[in-house]
Design a protein around this ligand. Structure first.
Ligand SMILES: Nc1nc2c(c(=O)[nH]1)N[C@H]1C(S)=C(S)[C@@H](COP(=O)(O)O)O[C@H]1N2
Ligand SMILES: [Mo]
Length: 243
């Protein structure tokens, strides 16, 4: 396995590297945690298939290891995270494609976490080779801080697409309305980092300046909430995962 950035090319537009990997997210989710930290259970639904629950979602799929950078829309990036899991495309091929009427087809996917957080992605984007259903980070099971028991990892997209504590995958024929965990403007339908698709209706570079001052207080909010949740044992939460 070679690091995709061994020549250390510049980060995508507007991003700055940070050496730690903070527990992060939308403020309303800072104090929400998954009910089940262990089971890799995914429920499939949406208008493209009959609802079904897959109780061991990664079973029977080729395991992959991947090193990729992680880019939060608020402009921090953490380089070279080492994830393990299965390719989303392999999961799709085994569990979703056979359940979808070929005459219908899936265009949009809504991903939901056990904490109620949700995000939408184009199926075409999710099928990229580097999109994972990850259950390990640095060879260890995901911590509560970083998405236990299972999360999406979509390195070419802003972090808000990489849903933690993933529990539901909804498959839709058309783009579903009102499926965002935040104001619509803050949620670009695709969120590609290389194109700085931070948000809708305004240029990405403008938002850099809006978001940057929010990083520090938000990281502190998430770290404190995790420490509280862990009962004064912040080390077990993975909130300051350092490299
Ligand atoms: N379930 C859930 N997933 C989520 C979020 C969240 O609040 N809840 N926040 C998103 C955002 S904005 C970011 S930057 C990343 C942060 O991932 P990390 O906490 O592992 O650093 O998770 C994303 N996925
Ligand atoms: Mo983010």
């Amino acid at each position: 396995m070679t690091h995709p950035h061994s020549e250390a090319p510049p980060l995508p537009p507007g991003q700055k590297a940070r050496s730690d990997f903070p527990r992060f997210g939308l403020a309303p989710y800072a104090r929400r945690f998954p009910r089940d930290e262990k089971a890799r259970v995914l429920t499939l639904s949406g208008d493209a298939l009959e609802s079904v629950t897959i109780s061991s979602a990664l079973e029977g799929l080729e395991r992959v290891e991947q090193v990729s950078d992680f880019h939060c829309v608020t402009t921090w990036s953490h380089r070279a995270l080492h994830w393990g899991g299965v390719r989303f495309s392999d999961f799709y091929g085994l569990h979703i494609a056979p359940r979808v009427d070929p005459a219908i087809g899936v265009r949009w996917v809504v991903l939901r976490g056990q904490d109620g957080y949700q995000s939408r992605m184009l199926l075409a984007d999710l099928l990229a080779n580097d999109v994972l259903l990850a259950d390990t980070l640095d060879g260890l099971p995901l911590t509560l801080g970083h998405g236990a028991p299972l999360r999406l990892v979509a390195p070419a997209h802003y972090g808000y697409k990489s849903v933690k504590h993933l529990s539901h995958i909804e498959c839709w024929q058309a783009e579903p309305k009102s499926v965002q965990s935040t104001f619509a403007f803050m949620n670009h339908p695709r969120g590609r980092v290389a194109l700085e698709e931070r948000a809708q209706w305004m240029p990405g570079w403008l938002l850099r300046h809006v978001y940057r001052p929010m990083i520090k207080p938000n990281a502190a909010l998430f770290a404190n909430a995790a420490a509280e949740h862990a009962g004064t044992r912040p080390d077990t939460t993975g909130d300051s995962h350092a490299h």
